[in-house]
Design a protein around this ligand. Structure first.
Ligand code: SAH
Length: 373
């Protein structure tokens, strides 16, 4: 929902300012129509229905993977594409493969885009090969999360009381990562404005992660700003400047040593471990010596934790490393005292990697649903 438009419309109608907050609270709880907002006068609800769309985004396509991961492709009112992903984890345990048990549903994590396209041109990334459009507004960022918030509540909270018998409470979306399209630190004001409202949806700052290519001015702002600590992830992907510059041209501007210094300072001030993301690219960055070089970079040990990411194949020339290569890389890191985990691959059958759905132009197993207005 365009919250500026909402406030302006309410002011125009001579409505008290608290109405905007009332509408927002309904939205944050997963309301999918103004009709549900029963503490608003009926005439106002009908008026808002006509004048302020429930979402600033138009849903274009959806795809659901066999593991429950769901991806949505939207466009903005000015026809800019973007996408978001909901990852549903089963049971209490994060990586449990047990039979789904709805009453014990686990974590729900939403992956949001901060820009339509991306001006950085990481050569392995599908978003990097698309045209860059623009920064997303705070409302456009929030509307991605609200889309899934509505879906989760309508799936678990049937409308009529008779239907609700036996219904289980809606599992909360409780984690958020800025790992969709775009570089969040190039749009930090809007990303932070969205983050301020995420707790109303049920997502705490300590469960929110901003992922960056290593845009130093943005890292510094996150270090020095007032306000709660949001988690930080650095897309590192190569243990030396030559290879990193090849994969991620932004490294020419902000080389590794400087980026890691900025990360250490964030850690010292914020007292949290930083996640280092490391894509595993076959024959490119997955050799034993490269694991050793990476371990040497990540000091002090208490500051970093590595996530090894299996590559989701795109149209690029890269292929993902084998499971054995990933395991060996992880062991080499752990032997040197660097905590490392292998990221579970999710949504592979729906092109869930960054930018893939938008770049492909068509998605397999598509469910088309009209966007709520
Ligand atoms: N610009 C930010 C956030 C968006 S990308 C960043 O670079 O961190 C989020 C993560 O997805 C990054 O670590 C990125 O390198 C990774 N990624 C991009 N393409 C991928 C692919 N095909 N498979 C797996 N991860 C990918």
């Amino acid at each position: 929902m365009d919250l500026d438009l909402l406030r302006a419309t309410l002011a125009q109608r001579g409505q008290p300012a608290f109405r905007a907050q009332q509408v927002w609270e309904w939205m944050a709880r997963g309301a999918s129509s103004y009709a549900q907002m029963t503490n608003l006068p009926e005439a106002l609800r009908a008026d808002l229905e006509r004048s302020v769309p429930l979402s600033s985004l138009v849903l274009e396509r959806e795809a659901v993977a066999s593991d429950g991961t769901e991806k949505a492709l939207f466009h903005t009112v000015d026809a800019r594409p973007l996408e978001a992903v909901l990852m549903r984890y089963r049971g209490g345990a994060k990586h449990s493969a047990s039979v789904p048990n709805p009453s014990r549903d686990g974590r729900r994590s939403v992956c949001l885009s901060s820009q339509s396209g991306c001006p950085l041109t990481c050569i392995f990334c599908a978003t990097g090969s698309m045209a860059y459009a623009r920064n997303l507004t705070a409302s456009e960022i929030l509307d991605q999360a609200l889309h899934f918030r509505r879906k989760e509540s309508s799936a678990r909270h049937p409308a009529s009381p008779s239907e609700s018998q036996g219904a289980v409470p809606a599992p909360r979306i409780d984690h958020c990562v800025f790992m969709g399209m775009g570089e969040p630190l190039l749009n930090l004001d809007n990303v932070l404005a969205a983050c301020e409202r995420l707790p109303d949806i049920g997502i705490h700052p300590s469960s929110t992660t901003i992922s960056t290519v290593g845009w130093i001015p943005g890292i510094d702002r996150l270090t020095d700003r007032d306000g709660p600590t949001i988690r930080l992830a650095l897309s590192l992907h190569a243990p030396d400047d030559a290879l990193r510059s090849e994969l991620m041209p932004v490294n020419e501007r902000y080389p590794l040593a400087d980026v890691l210094d900025a990360c250490r300072r964030w850690h010292e001030v914020r007292r949290r471990r930083l996640y280092v993301e490391y894509l595993m690219l076959d024959g490119v960055n997955d050799r034993y010596e490269q694991a050793i070089a990476l371990a040497a970079l990540l000091t002090p040990r208490t500051a970093f934790k590595v996530n090894l990411i299996p590559y989701n194949p795109t149209d690029s020339a890269f292929e993902g490393s084998s499971r054995d290569a990933i395991d060996a890389f992880r062991s080499a890191l752990e032997e040197r005292g660097v905590p490392a985990t292998v990221r579970l691959t999710r949504g592979r059958d729906i092109d869930a990697a960054c930018g893939q759905l938008a770049a492909a132009g068509a998605a397999p197993r598509v469910v088309t649903t009209p966007s709520p207005r």
